[in-house]
Design a protein around this ligand. Sequence first.
Ligand code: TYM
Length: 335
Amino acid sequence: MDKKRVFSGIQPTGNTHLGNYLGAIKNWVAKQEEKENFFCVVDLHSLTVPQDPAQLRYETRSMAAILLAAGLDPEKCTIFIQSHVTAHAEGCWLLNCITPLGWLQRMTQYKDKSAKQESVLTGLLDYPVLMAGDIIFYDAHEVPVGEDQKQHVELARDIAQRFNSLYEQEFFVIPEPVIPEVGARVMGLDDPTNKMSKSLADKRGHAVRILDEPKEILRSFKRAVTDSGNEIVFSDDPEKAGVNNLLGIYKATTGKSEADVLADFADARGYGDLKKGVAEVVIEMLTPIRERYEYLMQDPAELDRLLAVGAEQARSVSQPKVDEMKQIMGLVLPG
Ligand code: TYM
């Protein structure tokens, strides 16, 4: 039987954090044997907000090295940079021409991000169409993402369905979001009512970044906002959001059941012990990744070689799909 195809992406905007790891990357690595995988460093998406060119170039390679260091194996999956495969930008135009504007204006991430900017770029509004193309040009069945990307994957489904119905054929596979049971929404350590986010990760105490040193990780957890009580319990009570977040991070990091997590903290003398316990398992998980990352970044030529192989594999799937789409839509292919 054919393996299910998986596509997912991550932006190279630096500050890759524990939420990105637990909500996405860790699950990509865990499932790479079972599926046919495409993982993409989505540099074109990063351009939807202003970037420093030199920084973006650095972060793009760095993001690819993080994925490899985290355990994605180029023998088992295709890892590539979005802009290396021109089908994404080309096909995005075609999808733009069948996507109603109102669908994009309703996207919650667009509304949030555009509200924070003085001048909103067209690319920011169009962001989910580019993302839809990423997924559907590969006929991906599954899209493993954190909770915050669910709406975008649903839009990709809508766009795929619209194309299929406009042109009266089952041309695109309708993709499904795959959201992990734990770790899908890691909250900020400084404000457990807001998700941990790359754009706030420079703020002291907000995030644990994948490449942070152990001392820094411990410091961030020690500073984590909790509550004035002392009960270590999983809870939906907004008052206990900080403790709930710490327990969720521990659970996602160790893979233990809630009962086993609580048993580990049964003798804790307060939140100090909880914070230290969470920091310890996170440091144990991230240290080998940081070390492998540093090793990989010493050999940029090898990194570029792996990415060139990935781009070639990705192109061989997505370019024929986009070419066929052009033909279906009435464009004349070069003779
Ligand atoms: P990005 O780069 O913001 O995030 C990468 C992945 O990390 C997940 N994530 C989180 N998970 C749990 N808790 C958090 N606090 C947290 N913050 C982020 C995200 O859900 C995501 O899975 N638009 C996408 C990139 C993209 C893409 C795609 C994804 C472009 N094309 C096609 C899937 C398929 C984004 O900006 O992710």
